[in-house]
Design a binder for this molecule. Structure first.
Ligand code: PEP
Ligand code: MN
Length: 262
């Protein structure tokens, strides 16, 4: 069902006035984790001022250590909704269990399935039954073929509103947090009719190369970019080293816009 050979036309995801998959790229930004109302509101105000229409923020956080901040859960989704409604933004947040779909439907606009759950087939099936769009992340070490099959799980249950996002894969390279597989972008665009995005934050883990990597992604045909933004990254409860400050985000977005690729 995801195959370009079965459907020539691009799948288009409409989020309010924002349309993803038509050739005009989207910028998705926001904190790694929802930490507080004030934190999300500060980021949302800055994103709105910059012209961003879709905000991300994690409430159910799949952390490597069980002792690290696990996210605010339902309260986090409530904060996202309250702030998004105030600023007229659309929201994306990760869920990690099929039981979260019902609450996700009440509070957010797009469900994210994270890299660690790309192989969670029961969650993929549940997402396929969900009434809202899904942003599916590439697994930590998933091949492109496995990634495409994960998307197929969702479509096979009836939900055709699926976006793919390359977020880097694990290789021997240590210079970046993961290895951004730019080649995945044109391959996924050719092989499927789904929108393809690139997460520059988790793929590289390096603020100093977000802009060139985002430009490379757009030049390769990506339908959008995801990047993490936090009012005070140094005190962030997750991914402190790789979230942009608001000033850094504004500079980043300006560079992307000036490139003529956005
Ligand atoms: C995230 O986007 O917050 C996240 C945890 O990313 P990933 O699943 O790609 O590691
Ligand atoms: Mn993060």
């Amino acid at each position: 069902l995801v195959s370009r050979s079965k459907q020539k036309a691009n799948t288009v995801i409409q989020l309010g006035s924002t349309v993803i998959g038509t050739g005009k790229p989207v910028m998705i930004a926001g904190p790694c984790s929802v930490e507080s109302y004030e934190q999300v509101r500060t980021v949302a105000a800055a994103l709105k001022a910059a012209g961003v229409t879709v905000m991300r923020g994690g409430a159910f956080k799949p952390r490597t250590s069980p002792y690290d901040f696990q996210g605010l859960g339902l309260e986090g989704l409530q904060i996202l909704k309250e702030v998004a409604d105030e600023f007229g933004l659309r929201t994306i947040s990760e869920i990690v269990d099929p039981s979260h779909i019902e609450i996700a439907d009440q509070y957010i606009d797009v469900i994210q399935i994270g890299a660690r759950n790309m192989h969670n087939f029961e969650l993929l099936k549940a997402a396929g039954d969900a009434p809202i769009p899904i942003l599916l992340k590439r697994g930590l070490s998933a091949t492109i073929d496995e990634f495409i099959h994960a998307a197929e799980y969702i479509l096979s249950r009836g939900n055709t509103q699926v976006m793919l996002i390359e977020r880097g894969i694990r290789t021997y390279e240590k210079a970046t947090r993961n290895t951004l597989d730019i080649s995945a972008v044109p391959i996924l665009k050719q092989e499927t009719h789904l929108p393809v995005l690139v997460d520059v934050t988790h793929s590289t883990g390096r603020k100093d190369i977000f802009a060139p990597c985002a430009k490379a992604a757009l030049a390769a045909g990506a339908d959008g970019i995801m990047v993490e933004v936090h009012p005070t990254p140094a005190t962030a409860l997750s991914d402190a080293a790789q979230q942009l400050t608001i000033d850094e985000f504004n500079t980043f977005f300006e560079v992307i816009r000036q490139s003529g690729l956005f």
